[in-house]
Design a protein around this ligand. Sequence first.
Ligand SMILES: [Zn+2]
Length: 300
Amino acid sequence: MRACLFCCLVLLPGLLQADCGKGRVTLQVLGSGGPELGDGRASSSYLIWLDGKARVLVDTGAGASRGFEMAGAKVEDLEAILLTHLHVDHSVDLPSFIKAAFFSPRSNDLPVFGPGGNALMPSTSEFVQLLMGSGGAFRYLGNYLDRTRAAAFHLHVRDIDLADKAIQTRRLNDRLSFSAVPVDHGPVAAVAWRVDILGCAIAFSGDTSNKGGALTRLSAAADILVAHNAIPETATGAARNLHMPPSEIGKVAAAAKVGKLILSHRMRRTLGGEALTANGIRRYYSGPVLFANDLDKFPL
Ligand SMILES: [Zn+2]
């Protein structure tokens, strides 16, 4: 069933950027920080607007639901939630959106896509069951998972196959498709996402070291690449095993020929070091480099 939902995509470098825009699509950063307290930011979350409606939510880290509210978004407008991985700073607000939808006019089912599991992490479908299924801490929300039980809408949770290293694409409708590829984030099950919407392409690195180069393939000719600036160039050890230093971000952006680079997942170890980060990126990438703050909007 999963294989039917996500099929291989042939990306077409050079075609997307020319056709994108017309003011209908906007990327908004709901959370530009990492998992720590003291960075003054919500954790990872991004919202894609189309024609003034919030259509796609990428990651739901702590503070995402508050950012969503401050952005003026409506939960009934969402067409899908995409999760890059299930670390707390990317996923913990998910039940908040489901409960909030109860108090909205939402009546359409809500797709939730995220990585399959591995030895360390549950799959996205297991994660949601562990939260909201029978025996879960929020089992009072279980009717949203069980289509045999009455609810205004149900979640459709799908796992990205981590064994399939190809780019896996699902076309949701005429204007929207999602592509995922498994990426290296140390021992953590993780994917990067690409959203193609009305001829615009926005790629989201999630957290990754980019070992193996999967993010570079996924980001080909994207109008925007949202990359995570979680570590400085000097990082070593576990942090370097999990994340990309600025030079790697620059290499990805250059090789993929992205139109614009937005740096997020800013942490205390990178905040204040923007000049150094930019220098590391500039060694390889000459396009626009922007540092994201919460609620920033980037029209396409
Ligand atoms: Zn993170």
